[in-house]
Design a protein around this ligand. Structure first.
Ligand code: TTP
Ligand code: CA
Length: 368
């Protein structure tokens, strides 16, 4: 576990940056992405904003009417959250990250840990160039900027990442880690909320350095064994938690809208071939085999249907997905008279042990 090189990548002002990506002309303006509650035109809160809007005090959580007030007289632009679009961008970036790391742990839509120890041969010097290369690659391929923190473990990488945004790169070598954390307030540590920070303040612990120098036994008495030891170790930059791949995806799917409503098999298969290629790229990148292939249709009356076929043996071949997709559509078109508006392709049944129909509940959960 020693001498690891761990990165945390955190996409800059993510939802707002995604909006800038598809509307480049707004880059010099305040960009606000809001969640509208729907009660009135204006009710809701800011989900995130770009750094120009932040200068006006417009940040996550601010009520939208206040955001409008603060930005009055400027040519700010407001968007509604579009999770489907942000998820797609996020997924493309995570795919690129996978090619750079031995393990990738996605923490949220815009954050992931990368274990790059092997790739940089344990060298923090090499990690500088490596991090820049990843940033450059994603910038070119996707057009999104992000911030990287590098450290000997997840805890240090995270705090390094938070220390300089946006488009930042902060490297904290193992021998610098304790000194890097020492001056920071204790609430920068995961698990130190307002109440804990107050309690620590009573013990005259204000900085992470104060905590690191505190008697561990005393901390155990005050906070209990698990937390006391955790706080002490964290303050001393000790964190052995591994970068863990998230639980294997239950399914991989892609959905798209047809250029026109149709019942024409070839026309449909043109679209599903594109979708299959994307699904297959995911399957390949995650080194999975699948047992079930499904198709999904949204009809002109907006009703939706799925059909599946399960193989006897796990497969990993693109041609198998195409072949089954074709035969499922042939059969389906024989059963239905409605035109089709949207189509989807899905593979599932990944794990080695037999899975139950539990997966049905997650069927195309991203579809609508
Ligand atoms: P953050 O990483 O906290 O923020 P950010 O990416 O917008 O900005 P930065 O990292 O440059 O400081 O959150 C990631 C996304 O999560 C953000 O783009 C929007 C969403 N979000 C909310 O919807 N509500 C919130 O209160 C917060 C904090 C984030
Ligand atoms: Ca972010």
């Amino acid at each position: 576990m020693n001498d690891r090189v761990i990165m945390l990548a955190d996409f800059d002002y993510f939802f707002a940056q995604c909006e800038e990506l598809r509307n480049p002309s707004i880059k010099d303006k305040s960009v606000v992405v809001g969640v509208y509650s729907g009660r009135t035109e204006e009710s809701g809160a800011v989900s995130t904003s770009n750094y120009i809007a932040r200068k006006f005090g417009v940040k996550s959580g601010l009520p939208l009417f206040m955001a409008r007030r603060k930005l009055e007289g400027t040519d700010a632009v407001f968007f509604k959250v579009d999770h489907e679009y942000y998820d797609q961008i996020s997924e493309r970036i995570m795919q690129i990250f996978r090619t750079y790391a031995s393990t990738l742990e996605q923490v949220s839509v815009d954050e992931a840990y990368l274990d790059v120890t092997q790739q940089v041969e344990g060298s923090f010097e090499k990690a500088v160039d490596y991090a820049q290369k990843i940033k450059q690659d994603v910038k070119e391929q996707v057009g999104i900027s992000f911030t990287i923190g590098v450290g000997p473990n997840k805890l240090v990488a995270k705090i390094a990442c938070d220390s300089q945004k946006p488009d930042g790169l902060t490297i904290v070598k193992p021998e610098e880690a304790k000194a890097f954390l020492a001056p920071l307030p204790v609430d920068r540590l995961l698990g130190v909320g307002k109440k804990t920070a107050e309690k620590m303040d009573e013990l005259d612990i204000k900085t992470i350095g104060d905590l690191a120098n505190y008697d561990c036994q005393r901390l155990v008495e005050v906070f209990g064994r698990v937390l006391g030891i955790y706080f002490y170790q964290a303050a001393n930059a000790i964190d052995n938690s591994p970068v863990l791949e998230q639980g294997e995806a239950e399914s991989i799917s892609r959905i798209g809208t047809l250029k026109q409503d149709t019942r024409d098999l070839d026309f449909i298969l043109q679209k599903t071939d594109e979708l299959t290629l994307d699904v297959y790229k995911d399957v390949l990148a995650k080194k999975l085999s699948f047992k079930t292939v499904s198709i999904y249709m949204v009809m002109v009356d907006l009703s939706s249907k799925t059909r599946s076929a399960t193989l006897d043996q796990p497969a990993k071949d693109k041609e198998i997905i195409r072949r089954i997709t074709r035969s499922l559509f042939e059969k389906f078109l024989g059963e239905s008279t409605l035109e089709i508006r949207r189509v989807g392709v899905k593979v599932s049944g990944f794990s080695k042990e037999e899975r139950s129909q539990r997966q049905l509940s997650t069927f195309f959960q991203n579809s609508q």
